[in-house]
Design a protein around this ligand. Structure first.
Ligand code: NAI
Length: 499
């Protein structure tokens, strides 16, 4: 059976026997997560208008302004505590899919439940239909969404619908209901996150979840390289949503671990975009520099040459690929990293596999086994001179289910950069000696992910109590036991309890 057929089967199972669906997902995580979520969910989004599957979430469109609360009242569950909301503008690497993006919210929340133990009836997947600029959808007679061009970022109609949605959610489910933004376009993603952070329990997984798991991987790498986080020099190849999100959290982590200011920590971090190295002189050239790159525009000569010459000039200890440009970490680039480091950190994070800056095998072979490698998409273990090396996958699934579980279990009232730092540190702490021995900078075994989620979640809960932002009182004596007890398990007894 094709993967899309398996996806359809699993979605029908979810609608008809939720407990069995989750029991299978929990017991076969490594095999089924790629079907329920990326990469298969991307295919499902492209074809969604043509699939006869249960929709599994709520559509709210620009034409529903003024009646968002009424639409929420149609959702059968009353006690909603976690919402994933997308507008379908930037689905995975597939771009604007409009209303066809709903499976992203559905799939993500399925992982909250399977990997983090969030109770399914507390979750609500949402698609805010802002129109689409996808010509294929607009011309498709079966397209399920609004047949109009996308509302512009910051326009009164787009911001008006988001505002009505957040207000209605908070009035109906309480101010503590978690709202996770998913796969919004760059401009809306940063804008809406910053707008709602002060008044909602909210985060953006593409920006903050990614940052947290990659900072955890960099912390894990210190166990192999022996170079502390604060002693590292970091070169980001790609300066978009993922790159600057990681850079910002990394600077925060360095400042906490070394006692320097965030501005001082940023001096360890350099960005490369499609125009070359980001340096101060570029602020006044051409169109200048985008706002999010400015803190990293350091004083140095501009280098617009190839990546190898930039690596030769900056001599980073870690090279982090978030560029969407496949094959850009060439043998020459890897050799240049090796010329300056006994154990160079090389992360090729662009997804899917076909976009990866280099493969695990290339990084290991070209560096004669010296590279400390992680990727965005999974790569198989590599045999090197008879030794098995296991590349880590910087998978956000190590972070967001734990954030969801902690937030719900302890009724945490705000999710901050510090929350993401605490999550990263806890995740790095779960990397075992056995993982390190095979070269993996994150937990290598996905089958243990519920245990990892519990540990990360407990750390977030502890931090929330220390900072006075946990609503459940009194503070539990043992937070790990507390979050484990809060984790939902797919057992039929639970269904009968609900009836
Ligand atoms: P984006 O489109 O916001 O940013 C891409 C950046 O790459 C831009 O700054 C662009 O200037 C730069 N770029 C493009 N061509 C370049 C070139 N030839 N040389 C140097 N820089 C170039 O995309 P976003 O969201 O930042 O994602 C980037 C990649 O990271 C994607 O492939 C995505 O799949 C991956 N990613 C991986 C995650 C993970 O491993 N957990 C999580 C999130 C994203």
């Amino acid at each position: 059976m094709q993967d899309l057929g398996k996806y359809e089967y699993l979605l029908r199972l979810k609608a008809s026997d939720e407990t069995l669906f989750y029991a299978v997902l929990v017991s076969h995580t490594a095999e089924l997560v790629p079907l329920v979520y990326t990469p298969t969910v991307g295919r499902a989004c492209v074809e969604f208008s043509h699939l006869l599957v249960p929709r599994g979430g709520l559509f709210i469109s620009l034409e529903d302004r003024g009646r968002v609360d009424e639409l929420l009242s149609h959702w059968p569950e009353r006690d909603v505590r976690a919402i994933v909301v997308t507008d379908g503008e930037r689905i995975l690497g597939l771009g604007d899919l409009g209303a066809n993006g709903l499976p992203i919210s559905v799939g993500k929340l399925a992982l909250y439940c399977a990997l983090g133990g969030v109770t399914p009836r507390h979750t609500l997947p949402v698609l805010l239909d802002m129109g689409t600029n996808n010509e294929r959808n607009l011309a498709d007679p079966l397209y399920i969404g609004l047949r109009r061009r996308r509302a512009a970022p910051g326009s009164p109609e787009l911001d008006g619908l988001v505002e009505e949605f957040v207000t209605a959610v908070q009035a109906r489910y309480g101010a503590g209901c978690l709202i996770q933004w998913e796969d919004w376009g760059n401009e809306n993603a940063f804008r809406l996150l910053h707008k709602y952070q002060p008044r909602a329990v909210t985060f953006n997984d593409d920006v903050q979840g990614t940052a947290s798991v990659v900072v955890a991987a960099l912390m894990g790498a210190t166990r192999i390289t022996g170079t502390s986080l604060g002693a590292g020099e970091y070169l980001f190849f790609g300066a978009g949503e993922a790159g600057t999100g990681i850079a910002d959290l990394l600077a925060y982590a360095i400042s906490l671990e070394t006692g320097c200011t965030v501005d001082e920590a940023r001096k360890h971090i350099w960005l490369v975009d499609s125009q070359g190295l980001v340096v101060a002189s570029r602020k006044s050239e051409g169109r200048g520099l985008a706002h999010h790159k400015l803190p990293y525009a350091h004083d140095a000569p501009a280098i617009s040459g190839d990546l190898r010459s930039i690596v030769a000039a900056r001599k980073p200890t870690a090279l982090i690929g978030v560029s969407t440009q496949p094959g850009t970490f060439t043998q020459g680039v890897v050799a240049e990293m090796c010329a300056h480091n006994a154990r160079p950190v090389i992360f090729a994070l662009s997804n899917p596999t076909s976009k990866s800056e280099c493969t695990a095998e290339q990084a290991y072979t070209w560096s004669k086994g010296a590279a400390v490698f992680a990727s965005g998409s999974p790569f198989d273990p590599v045999l090197l001179d008879g030794k098995r090396v296991v590349p880590a996958q910087a998978n956000n699934s190590y972070i967001f289910p734990a954030v969801g579980l902690a937030t719900i279990a302890a009724r945490i009232s705000s999710i901050t950069d510090h929350t993401m730092y605490v999550a990263a540190k806890a995740l790095a702490g779960t990397v075992t000696e056995a993982d390190v021995a095979v070269g993996s900078v994150l937990p290598a075994d996905m089958r243990q992910i519920r245990d990892v989620s519990a540990v990360v979640s407990a750390a977030i809960v502890d931090d929330a109590y220390s900072r006075g932002i946990a609503g459940v009182q009194p503070r539990p004596a043992n937070t790990l036991e507390f979050v484990k007890a809060a984790m939902w398990k797919p057992e039929y007894a639970d269904i009968s309890a609900r009836m």
